[in-house]
Design a protein around this ligand. Sequence first.
Ligand SMILES: Nc1nc2c(ncn2[C@@H]2O[C@H](COP(=O)(O)OP(=O)(O)OP(=O)(O)O)[C@@H](O)[C@H]2O)c(=O)[nH]1
Length: 589
Amino acid sequence: MMSVSLRRLIIVPFFALALITGITMYFVATTTMSNIADKVGLQYIHEVESRVQERVRSFMSPLLRIVEVNQQSFLARPNELNDLSKAAIRFHEQGMPYRQMTFISIATSDGRYLTSVQPPVENRSHHIATNFVHKPLTMEGFEYDPMVGIGNKRQQDAEFTYDPRLRPFYQSAVGSKVPVWGEIERYYGYDALGATLSAAIYDDNDELLAITATSVALNALDEYLKSLEIVDGGYLFLAEGSGDLIATSSDTELFFTQDGESKRANLHEHQNDFFRLAGDHLEDGSYSLSYNGNEYLYYVHPVNFEYGETWLLGVLIPEAYHENLLSDYNRSSVLITLGLFIFISLLGALIAWYIGKPIQLLSAATSNKRLESIQALPESISSVKEINALNQGLKEMADDLSDVMHNLEAKVAERTILLQGENETLLESSIKDELTNIYNRRGLKQGFNRVVGVENEQKNSVTLVLCDIDHFKVFNDKYGHSEGDQALIKVAESLKMYSRAGVDIVARYGGEEFILVFSNMSLDHVLERLNGIRQELKNTELAGKERITMSFGVAHHESSDSMQIEDLINKADEKLYEAKNGGRNKIVS
Ligand SMILES: Nc1nc2c(ncn2[C@@H]2O[C@H](COP(=O)(O)OP(=O)(O)OP(=O)(O)O)[C@@H](O)[C@H]2O)c(=O)[nH]1
């Protein structure tokens, strides 16, 4: 099976895990960011839209309320229509707080007309105009007098014929029980659009008594949209369903003159590309639009007013704006991912270090099969408890094993010494004669080889003497075997006495036969020593004051080179035979 190091086993999965986590997190983060970018964009749009909606509603609200109040007021007190002075005061007071309120009026079915009016743009002067003071159908301007309602006639207002019943605001309201919206139009002679709401007043018999109408100048809304600080490259607009613009955040005009006629700017034909782009999508909803390779978020939503009036509010912003905003977050998410990746990798490496390193130490210590390597391991090799316990266990085992081995070695040494002693004893006894404690035949052979034979490189002279006790049978028979043994021991001692210890060889050849080997000694000196032995035996008393004699056969050889012991023994035996035959107690050489 394939083997893999522990450290790799830990680091590789950690690294892989970190990599997968990092990549996953990166993609999740970027996808989430992209979704968030869209959502943030839409959220932004909704916020802008809701602010504008609220502002538009609060802007238009007085118009609706004033028309409703006046309609209800005349319905409740139709007599007021007979003297419109009170109404003049009310109209004036109603219009004063609202700079956008261009006129608040009433036109009776008999052709009388009263309006509290102010111009739709700067340098406004609020005044009352009526046609009912002098003669019907003639419009005259009067100063407003808070005390009497209608003050002095305004000199500069030339008389002109005016029948309010011919005006669209009058006619559009006829026949309706509820207020009716008029067309949004440019005020004649002014750079401003106006929206008008009219309401009919009937008597109990449903006879039309009057039409009250109020108009509001919309240029304040245009100014408001322009004043809003929206994102770079973003646009806002208010338009009618037809695409005719009411207000925009851009500097473009809301109306222009074509062929001498004043026309309103329309989204579908607008000179601004983005407004034209928006004009293609006027259904309620949000859109992603592409223009010149850039993406835009576009949202269009209706602004509904009571009594059936609906405008459209459009918001268009470049997506890049929010993506840029979120790019910082994106960068952060990449950095966090990277940090996480590095952290997990380091964690893996740390764990590998904590676990792998000490285990590697243990592995190295045990692999060379030496107890010392394990014993030399430090007491603590890891912060991991289990690994330290393993280390301790191994060390204790190594110590125990070491002790056992030392004891074993001591015992083996002791036994070896004992055996060596026994061996030596055995060896000694195997080459010694048990009775006389001199060499036996085996000892003789070994000694001969050592002193004069193959093992000795100095090829000196050698003399081998074969000696035999004379008439020993008789002695034995006479004094017994035990005394015979004592005689043999005595002979051996005498032979040893006249030989050089450690140099010459003294051996029992068998029975009562002995052999002496002298090396590097002249024949005369040998004979001298043999005579010494004979003299010694002569002086030695044995059982029954008996003395024994010995016969000697001597074989002398000047050089031990190529000399075999058997040859010497044979030669000495011949001489011994001669000595025996010659009467015994003799030395024959
Ligand atoms: N007590 C004792 N006697 C031994 C031992 N070995 C041999 N003998 C005796 O030595 C005697 C040898 O006798 P023989 O071979 O006849 O020789 P001998 O009587 O000495 O006569 P010659 O050698 O001809 O002088 C025998 O009686 C053996 O029993 C021994 O170890 N102890």
